[in-house]
Design a protein around this ligand. Structure first.
Ligand code: 5BU
Length: 259
């Protein structure tokens, strides 16, 4: 059962059992933004410049660290400084998908040491609950949060029906660590779970590789999700900062309509 109206993010913070979810709800309420920038840029310096320009508009920055052409701790510290300056959280869109023992190493170790700097990561539940246990064994002590990939934006996605519902059931069993879902629709009316939606853009309805877009209003009002994730719609715009301001305003106005 899903109600038509939602609680404000500030109120929902109290329902969050995961500390990162709580922090994100508080940030959204304080900063008045439910916009996440997907900064899919391979030049690490250009990425920092983009984040400096757009950081004031977002609650969350989503990265794909494995597309960067170089990576070191100096870059990580620069990103963390921007996150602090502009009060946003960092979400590494790593999409873990292996057994618990392996994801533990991929999350906490390797070149990227993702758990050291990413507030949030995400995972597919294909391997079963062990993937959540493995990630949790690294992330929980560092106060991190996990999003489950319950639905995808791309055409022909198999993440639907019973598979999507299995994500909700697992999230409910791991409320200490799982903070919500990557999804196209609201899946749970528990106020402590956040619903984040990629595949958001005004200019296009699809790309040439299966990506499908909806508008911020469709995501927040019709599909009842909480946070819109915008990539090319912002960073390919002539003026990314101004474009981010437009998406921010649209997503926030849409949120106010569902209260
Ligand atoms: P775009 O430029 O707004 O299309 O970028 C979308 C981003 O969100 C990109 O980083 C994808 O990897 C990511 N994404 C997605 O598009 N759809 C999904 O279902 C998931 C992630 Br999960």
């Amino acid at each position: 059962m899903q109600s038509n109206k939602k609680l404000p993010y500030a109120v929902r913070a109290a329902y969050c059992t995961n500390p990162t979810a709580k922090k994100l709800c508080e940030r959204m309420a304080e900063k008045k933004t439910n916009l996440c920038l997907s900064a899919d840029i391979s030049d690490p310096h250009a990425l920092l410049n983009l984040v400096e320009a757009v950081g004031s508009e977002i609650c969350l920055l989503k990265t794909h660290v494995d597309i960067l052409t170089s990576f070191d701790q100096v870059w990580v510290h620069a990103l963390q400084a921007l996150a602090k300056k502009h009060a946003f959280l960092i979400f590494e869109d790593r999409k873990f998908a292996d057994i618990g023992h392996t994801v533990k190493q991929q999350y906490g170790g390797g070149l990227y040491r993702i758990a050291d700097w990413a507030d949030i990561v995400n995972a597919h539940i294909v391997p079963g609950p062990g993937i959540i246990e493995g990630l949790k064994s690294v992330g929980l002590t560092q106060q991190r949060g996990l999003l489950l990939l319950a639905e995808m934006s791309s055409e022909g996605s198999w993440a639907r029906g019973d598979y999507t519902q299995a994500n909700v059931a697992l999230a409910e069993q791991h409320r200490d660590f799982v903070m919500g879902f990557i999804t196209q629709h609201q899946l749970s009316d528990h106020p402590g779970f956040l619903h984040l939606t990629p595949g958001v853009q005004w200019q296009q309805t699809q790309d040439c590789l299966g990506q499908q877009y909806i508008s911020p209003e469709q995501a927040i009002i019709q599909h009842k999700t909480d946070i819109v994730i915008v990539g090319r719609g912002i960073y390919q715009a002539e003026q990314p900062r101004e474009q981010a301001q437009r998406y921010r305003k649209a997503a926030w106005n849409a949120y106010q309509q569902v209260l």
